[in-house]
Design a protein around this ligand. Structure first.
Ligand SMILES: Nc1ncnc2c1ncn2[C@@H]1O[C@H](COP(=O)(O)OP(=O)(O)OP(=O)(O)O)[C@@H](O)[C@H]1O
Ligand SMILES: [Mg+2]
Length: 463
């Protein structure tokens, strides 16, 4: 199998490979017609002036006792046959065809009736000439031959006069076709940037109105495929959400039974076993909860089609209040610096995002540490961050911690490894940016930067 990339077909190339030979053929056809036209015009304009010396000479032929003879002075003959560009020769033959004056090198003319005249092409001293031949009433043949210099010049000038504009029009048409193709396919760039600007989960249909009619069937087919993908993704997400939801109820029941069991008198080893079962059940129901949130976050794109205006300040304030008892229990100073900042989004998903960040900060910061939740504006963008003075996330793990089910080995607690995956999902759904760094020498800071709505509109509708 060859690894060569499949050959792409360029529309411009196809148009030009059709257009250039067609135009060339048309130019050649035009030149062919122009040539014959020019030959005819040259003949009709110069033949007339060739006839005059022939008629003059015929008038000066006298019939004497010894037959016909030309009665014209040599200077008069010279003046009659003078031309700036061409050489002229004449010949006079009697009725029997014998040359009686002029050059013998001209071939005999065709048979003519008295008074008849004719023009034809011939040779004089091996050079092509145009000949005017007449037969006078007395039966004498007079021929005047002329080389073709002025005729050739006239034909050349006429051809150039016709051909140069035609060639310019042809070259212009090729240039226009080149630009026309660029102009015609320009809307495709908008479709491309729409597709390139999307996240892999953005399965909204393409806006058909920005594509040219010619590629509308491709856009329609692509939108049909997107709609099938949307459906199958929705089915998968519904399945995950249903499964997680279904798991929660029996797990809650199991947990309640275990708690009741622990209130009874039990032997030490049985109590230990039941406590381990209770911890495993807690872990399982936490996992079911996180899976449910993740499924909701993945499905969030649909909810985000109608986003709400949310003040991060009130959202963060409420979340911090809920985590205060846990912070006190862990002897951690949970503080906040909250300023007004409005974003568009889904309040439930943003609540889950914040819960997961605060949960991590409290869980992975040792007692006596500090956690700070901040929100406000950074330039034009609304910003939300959670910072802690804990152990920090090593550089090698800073991308991996956002993967599903990833936990750094030895991390305390029985987390499911889904918290930061949920955070990343919610951030992507909101078209926001995620940053993980260390605020000082120790600890972790995770910040979310929301692109301002005006800037978002600009990116959503490029060009
Ligand atoms: N603030 C933090 N400080 C230190 N380590 C952290 C912090 N936040 C996350 N981590 C590390 O990243 C891993 C992934 O975090 P994530 O929130 O995704 O999962 P989890 O907390 O283990 O489980 P879950 O959140 O689903 O209960 C954690 O196991 C922990 O090792
Ligand atoms: Mg977590």
């Amino acid at each position: 199998m060859s690894d060569r990339a499949p050959r792409r077909h360029s529309i411009r190339r196809r148009v030009l490979t059709f257009l250039i030979p067609s135009l060339l053929l048309l130019v050649l056809l035009g030149a062919w017609f122009s040539y014959f036209d020019a030959v005819n015009i040259a003949a009709s304009s110069y033949d007339r002036s060739l006839l005059d010396p022939a008629l003059d000479m015929a008038e000066n032929v006298r019939i004497g006792a010894d037959g016909p003879r030309l009665d014209m002075l040599a200077q008069a003959q010279e003046a009659l046959l003078y031309d700036r560009e061409d050489r002229l020769v004449f010949q006079i033959r009697d009725a029997q065809g014998s040359v009686i004056a002029g050059s013998p090198d001209l071939a005999a003319p065709p048979a003519l009736a008295p008074g008849e005249r004719v023009f034809f092409d011939g040779l004089y001293e091996n050079e092509p000439v145009r000949i005017a031949a007449i037969r006078s009433d007395s039966g004498v043949y007079v021929q005047v031959g002329e080389t073709l210099n002025k005729r050739k010049r006239l034909i050349g000038e006429m051809l150039a006069g016709d051909l140069i504009p035609t060639l310019m029009i042809a070259i212009g048409s090729i240039g226009l076709a080149w630009m026309g193709v660029s102009h015609g396919i320009a809307p495709l760039a908008r479709v491309t940037s729409d597709l390139l600007g999307r996240s892999p989960r953005d399965l909204r249909p393409l806006d058909g109105s920005i594509a040219p009619t010619e590629i509308a069937p491709v856009v329609d087919a692509f939108n049909r495929l997107l709609s099938q993908l949307r459906e199958s993704t929705a089915i998968q997400q519904r399945f995950l959400a249903d499964a997680a939801h279904q798991l929660r109820t029996p797990l809650a029941g199991l947990q309640m039974h275990l708690e009741l069991l622990l209130q009874r008198p039990l032997t030490a080893d049985v109590r230990k076993e039941v406590e381990m079962m209770q911890s495993a059940t807690l872990r399982a129901s936490h996992l079911a909860n996180q899976l449910l949130v993740l499924a909701k976050a993945e499905a969030g794109a649909i909810a985000l089609a109608h986003p709400q205006e949310i003040n991060l300040r009130s959202l963060a304030h409420q979340a911090v209040q809920e985590w205060v008892p846990r912070a006190i229990a862990r002897d951690i100073d949970l503080g906040f610096e909250l300023r007004d900042a409005t974003v568009e989004g889904d309040p439930l998903l943003l609540g889950e995002l914040l819960d997961n960040l605060i949960d991590n900060a409290l869980r992975y910061t040792p007692s006596g540490g500090a956690v700070t939740v901040r929100c406000g504006y950074e330039g034009e963008s609304a910003c939300l961050s959670v910072e802690d003075s804990g152990s920090g996330i090593p550089i090698w793990a800073r991308e991996k911690v956002f993967e599903r089910f990833f936990r750094i080995e030895g991390s305390p607690g029985n987390g499911s490894g889904l918290g930061l995956a949920i955070v990343k999902e919610v951030v992507e759904q909101h078209g926001a940016a995620l940053k993980l760094d260390t605020p000082g020498d120790v600890g972790t800071r995770i910040s979310i930067l929301f692109v301002s709505s005006s800037r978002r509109e600009n990116t959503a509708a490029p060009g």
